[in-house]
Write a protein that binds this ligand. Structure first.
Ligand SMILES: [Zn+2]
Length: 421
């Protein structure tokens, strides 16, 4: 074989290889249920909101509060009760959210089994006496049965309602309180850019001190596409709070950059205690190609109209906050061109250096899937990352990490030679 033939063969091989990989359609990650990228409306079964009483025992379980989930409740025997938890629709990822208020006419201790349909127990219970301040269930009051996919909780009940939930409850009410506080800064603007299926506002926050007609860089933040992902939500809030801080760095950053944030992007899912989807029964982080859902469409339309076609705004970075069972960053493969080049890798290295005792994983991906960060990259050429926070992460630590991440991002973007002016 001469060198020309060899080259020709190599070219043919490469052509075949690349054309195969580029025409292969993305149909879901390994953990996704079948059909996840078909994002037209799917039927959901809303939970029946009610308080269920076991009269003879004087025990009451309720899912009437926003953000809770309890599909049925009954007594199994003298000492055991069962709480039945179902998803909004299925097939669905295994992130079975539950939540209820429980009380008893007289003080008594009961065991409650969490039994799931179309899922297995995952979240260690959080308790609260006011729905605002949360603490973990004592280890001695917890028995998980991994074979059965259930868990049993020992609860001390009395007339004061006890909140039991998969994670802290953070819904529209909590978001509004937080966002209205943040919007008191003169450089924070809060707007509604669209509405969910159930007519809840899709909100945008902008943070900047650059004027509309001054060339400036943009960072896009999205969060809470998946309802149970509370640690990702907490990281988002801490991250944005740091951007609004009075530090000289934050102040300089706000003069040259603008944060455009959609911090609470699936309000129906959050308030209805969904496992994964919006009220259209769809995984919103698989709709960034077809845009069949109102939440994703509203964000895309705003960014196309107000950023893509605006000569004063240039996107530098995108972060989509989520939660999973570890701290993990999903950057874009190094081989794919981004602007700034490989920014995530530099940022994550700096975060790891600042927190040597916290474990962070990094798993690069190609850009074939219809997820938020890939759309940001495809639309603006910018680098983008999926920032996943461990479900069980210590809350103070995850907030400290997110604040530091914001600091490091601001510092690195300011250092990045290309002055947006
Ligand atoms: Zn997620």
């Amino acid at each position: 074989m001469n060198i020309t033939t060899q080259l020709l063969l190599l070219c043919t091989f490469l052509l075949l290889f690349t054309s195969c990989s580029s025409t292969e359609e993305f149909t879901g990650f390994s953990y996704d249920p079948e059909g996840v990228t078909v994002t037209s409306d799917k039927e959901i079964t809303p939970q029946h909101r009610r308080t269920i009483g076991i009269m003879e025992e004087g025990i009451w379980f309720s899912n009437e509060a926003s953000g809770t989930r309890l599909n049925d409740f009954y007594q199994v025997n003298d000492t055991l009760y069962r709480a039945v938890i179902k998803p909004e629709n299925y097939p669905i990822n295994n992130s079975p959210w539950y939540g209820f208020k429980a009380w008893s006419d007289r003080p008594q201790t009961v065991w409650v089994e969490l039994a799931y349909e179309h899922g297995e127990h995952r979240y260690y219970p959080d308790l609260s006496l006011d729905g605002k301040n949360w603490f973990s269930l004592d280890r001695s009051a917890y028995r998980a049965d991994t074979a059965a996919g259930t868990a049993q909780l020992r609860l001390d009940l009395g007339p004061q309602p006890l909140w039991v939930s998969a994670q802290e409850i953070f819904g529209t009410e909590e978001y509004n309180w937080w966002a209205s506080n943040l919007a008191q800064y003169p450089f924070v603007k809060r707007d509604t850019i669209g509405y969910s299926h159930e007519s809840r506002p899709i909100e945008k926050l902008t943070i900047t001190q650059a004027s509309d007609t001054q060339k400036h860089g943009v960072v896009i933040i999205t969060s809470r596409l998946h309802p149970p992902e509370i640690t990702g939500q907490m990281a988002t809030l801490a991250f944005l709070e740091e951007i609004t801080s009075s530090s000289p760095l934050a102040s300089r950053f706000r003069n040259r950059f603008e944060i455009i944030a959609f911090p609470f992007a699936n309000p129906d899912g959050a308030d209805n205690g969904h496992w994964r989807h919006n009220a259209g029964g769809v995984d919103l982080n698989r709709d960034w190609s077809d845009f069949k859902q109102p939440e994703t469409s509203a964000i895309r339309n705003y960014l196309i109209q107000e950023v893509k076609n605006n000569p004063y705004r240039k996107v530098y970075y995108g972060i989509d906050f989520h939660s999973t069972d570890e701290n993990i960053f999903y950057p874009i493969n190094r081989s794919i061109d981004t602007f700034p080049e490989n920014f995530t890798y530099t940022l994550v290295d700096s975060i790891q250096q600042a927190f040597p005792d916290v474990a962070f994983a990094v798993e690069p991906f190609d850009t074939s899937s219809p997820i938020t960060k890939n759309w940001i990259h495809k639309t603006f050429g910018a680098d983008a990352v999926t920032y996943e926070v461990d479900d069980r992460a210590d809350r103070d630590t995850l907030k400290a990490v997110a604040r530091k991440a914001a600091n490091l991002m601001m510092k690195l973007l300011m250092e990045d030679g290309d002055e947006p002016s």
